[in-house]
Design a protein around this ligand. Structure first.
Ligand SMILES: Cc1cc2nc3c(=O)[nH]c(=O)nc-3n(C[C@H](O)[C@H](O)[C@H](O)COP(=O)(O)OP(=O)(O)OC[C@H]3O[C@@H](n4cnc5c(N)ncnc54)[C@H](O)[C@@H]3O)c2cc1C
Length: 386
């Protein structure tokens, strides 16, 4: 007997689960969600590791949004733990305040200063470029060559394996540069993590749907197509794979994560560096722009607020994408955009398939943007059906 659902949803990340929850609960549809990984949540999946520390499995996920609609929507499924996401940059043996602000400037000149002095200093260093066209230009036009080389160039080369000159201005341009003491990495009004973790939030989204939803993990959707009938597909996987890569594969950057755990005893010896008991480093995230092969070390316990005497840190190594690797970051460069455009033309002609989320639209989106996209898509489908 074939399965019969109103919707087949490919991918159980933010995009797929938001769409499924709305369709089941608000529009009384049935949804089959198929996920090829062994767990819910896509890249936002978190879990307790073997040492009992809550970690973000695929790199740190800092939730933030300016949208009340998105915050209120997710708040049905979680309480929140407010966080100031704090970041440092480590190079030349020093932990620098980051993103660049007045405190960083004082570290550079080795004495107290003022916003006016920093403004004047930057004014001398800036390279005048009216419309910065790439990531190198966007930074040198704000801070000049010295700070670009100290904090941005090496990091970007490692992360993307492309010169900042060959990357869209938005890649480095989204990192704030300030002349006051505001050292928040992110600008959004609401910054918090789901109190019991992302995975628990996703479970609650599914629980709210009752019998209208079926979740199949560890399954590629192509395996179940022959015995499943459905009215419409919502696809959140890679768009090129949907079309069997007929125009060639879209380029991605991948990542390799190396976890290391420390017990209470070892952490006592680190207190001089971390500045507080139970932690390995002084901030949730430390960037390593220059000397090391990894780009950052994340100790997410700073942000989750978990109370435990031990900790886990994660070193993040950028990696080429290929067989067996996850496609983490679409490449924000003109050649990749041109190839995506060809796939998008095919997607636009589909009548019964929606393409949403970061892989299906080949664009780096934050989690809240993906939730917004899924909510909007469900509204659009329902309006068209009405
Ligand atoms: C390292 C890293 C750090 C990030 N940090 C942040 C952050 O701090 N803040 C923030 O807001 N955002 C962050 N993001 C972005 C965030 O991960 C995304 O916005 C969000 O996860 C996108 O959700 P999605 O559902 O579109 O995609 P995904 O989470 O990738 O979900 C898509 C799912 O589809 C599944 N799938 C693909 N093909 C198939 C198939 N053939 N059959 C079945 N299933 C399939 C995949 O396995 C995947 O689980 C980060 C991303 C990365 C990579």
């Amino acid at each position: 007997m074939p399965w019969n659902f109103d919707y087949l949803i490919v991918g159980a990340g933010f995009a797929g689960l938001t769409a499924a929850e709305r369709l089941c609960r608000i529009h009384h549809k049935t949804c089959l969600v198929v996920e090829k990984r062994k767990h819910l949540g896509g890249n936002a999946y978190d879990r307790y590791d073997d040492h009992g520390v809550l970690i973000h499995n695929y790199g740190p996920h800092y939730f933030r949004t300016n949208s009340d609609r998105i915050k209120d929507y997710l708040s049905q499924f979680t309480e929140w733990h407010p966080v100031d996401y704090n970041i440092l940059s480590h190079t030349g043996g020093t932990y620098w305040k980051f993103p660049i602000n007045l405190n960083t400037f004082e570290q550079i000149i080795g004495r107290p200063s003022t916003s006016e002095e920093m403004e004047a200093w930057l004014e001398e260093k800036r390279v005048p470029i009216e419309n910065p066209a790439n990531s190198e230009e966007v930074i040198i036009s704000q801070v000049g060559w010295e700070l670009y080389e100290k904090f941005f160039k090496g990091y970007t080369l490692k992360q993307w394996k492309r010169h900042p000159r060959d990357l869209d201005a938005s890649v480095c341009g989204r990192i704030p540069i300030r002349t006051n003491r505001d050292d928040r990495y992110l600008r959004e009004e609401f910054q918090a993590l789901p109190k019991a973790g992302y995975t628990r939030m996703f479970e609650r989204m599914i629980e709210a749907c009752g019998d209208s939803i079926k979740i199949l993990l560890n399954t590629d959707y192509r395996e179940i197509l022959p015995h499943t009938s459905f009215g419409r597909m919502i696809y959140t996987g890679p768009i090129d794979e949907f079309y069997d890569c007929r125009y060639g594969s879209l380029p991605y950057r991948s990542l390799r994560f190396e976890n290391e755990s420390f017990g209470a005893e070892e952490l006592r010896e680190r207190e001089q560096v971390s500045g507080k008991p139970g932690f390995w480093q002084p901030a949730m995230q430390v960037n390593y722009p220059n000397e090391e092969d990894f780009t950052r070390i994340v100790e997410v316990k700073h942000a989750t607020g978990q109370q435990c005497a031990n900790t886990t840190i994660v070193r993040e190594y950028p990696d080429d994408f290929g067989p067996g690797k996850e496609p983490y970051y679409p490449i924000p460069a003109p050649d990749a955009a041109a190839l995506y455009k060809r796939y998008k033309e095919l997607a636009d002609a589909e009548k019964d398939v929606s393409f949403i989320g970061r892989l299906a639209t080949y664009r780096y989106y934050n989690m809240d943007q993906v939730v917004g996209m899924a909510l909007a898509e469900v509204d659009k489908i329902q309006a068209a059906d009405a």
